[in-house]
Ligand binder design. Structure first.
Ligand code: ADP
Ligand code: MG
Length: 315
């Protein structure tokens, strides 16, 4: 059975233009899980991970508005909370889709920690915008009150920025492996995992940061010895010259060639950039692996080589 780590993008849970009500999110997850159930029916072993940007953003707003009434919770708690909620939605939908197909499999969500380094350069340079846009005065007031870092983000206003350190280990990998060995389909490492650092006494401590979900997915796929990393997003291919008349989709590309395009600046940081980096990291660590970046509704075609951008290790 081929083991696949599937990374779901934002559009798998909230579509462009939606407010993201609970009903909307569950309906999107239902559609997503229909795709995933097809993969399970085709015999793939899945580990499912997902983004959580808008969901964490919403929790931060609640923190802010309720500050005087209930104590705000740390950012890494918000990540944990979204892992639970999104995992719950996937358990509901995927379980039902599988039962409909006569497939009897456990779907389990694991609250997952991702280790980051206390020496990561990201700590000195918070770059990842999270949560809502606020006017400058409001942002400055929050900065003064909380010590958070907020930065201007163009015409839409200011946004909180947090460090996004590199994932170095999936702390809860042994638990994922136990679930897989028992035959479960596992939802893990949502939102890149709950960022923790390891203290000298061996304890893990949650930190105010977010881990990129694509980079965490690549590490998870590596640690689990997956055959493929399947990054599902809202475009059918990685493009060269994206957004210009010269735009051209990549279908099959060697890692070294993709690295060259990356250096040439074809992939926007914060969107396609981390996916390409994740794809490269995963294939560079094993000669029989592949990374695939594809549209969510092409999941099965992508795994079978009929859609998406396939990143292959150099021979
Ligand atoms: P997700 O929520 O799935 O992680 P992102 O919005 O972060 O997705 O990234 C996908 C987006 O990346 C696409 O919708 C597209 O607008 C953008 N993008 C930037 N550069 C490229 C590129 N070179 N090829 C394809 N898409 C690109
Ligand atoms: Mg997106």
């Amino acid at each position: 059975m081929r083991r696949i780590v599937v990374a779901l993008g934002g559009n798998a849970i909230i579509q462009a233009g939606q407010r993201g009500t609970a009903e909307e999110q569950q309906a999107n997850v239902d559609l997503t899980c229909r795709q995933l159930a097809e993969l399970v029916a085709a015999g793939y072993e899945l580990i499912i991970t997902h983004g959580n940007g808008p969901q964490v953003g919403n929790l931060l707003v609640k923190n802010e508005l309720a500050r005087e009434i209930v104590p705000p919770v740390p950012l890494h708690w918000c990540v944990a909370q979204t892992q639970a909620t999104i995992g719950f939605m996937i358990q509901q939908s995927l379980g039902a889709e599988l039962r409909q197909r006569g497939i009897d499999r456990v779907v389990a969500t694991l609250v997952t920690r991702t280790e980051v380094s206390p020496d990561d350069p990201a700590w000195n340079d918070p770059t990842k915008p999270i949560g809502l846009y606020y006017p400058e005065e409001r942002a400055r007031a929050i900065m003064a009150e909380t010590g958070q870092v907020w930065k201007p983000q163009g015409t839409r206003g200011w946004r909180r920025v947090v460090p996004s350190p590199d994932p170095i280990a999936i702390v809860d990998r042994p638990a994922i492996e136990l679930l897989l060995a028992a035959g479960a389909l596992v939802v893990a490492c949502g939102g890149g995992g709950i960022p923790v650092v390891r203290r000298p006494d061996g304890r893990y401590e949650g930190v105010e940061a977010v881990v990129d979900k694509d980079l965490a997915a690549a590490l998870l796929a590596h640690e689990l010895g997956a055959d493929a990393l399947l990054i599902l997003t809202d475009v059918p291919n990685v493009m060269l010259h994206y957004g210009t008349p010269q735009a051209r989709p990549l279908e099959r590309v060697l890692a070294s060639e993709l690295r060259r395009y990356q250096v040439e600046g074809h992939f926007a940081s914060g969107s396609m950039g981390p996916k390409v980096e994740a794809a490269l990291r995963f294939v560079s660590r094993g000669s029989t692996r592949r990374s695939i970046i594809a549209a969510l509704d092409h999941a099965r075609d992508a795994l079978e080589g009929r859609a998406g951008t396939h990143v292959l290790p150099d021979p």
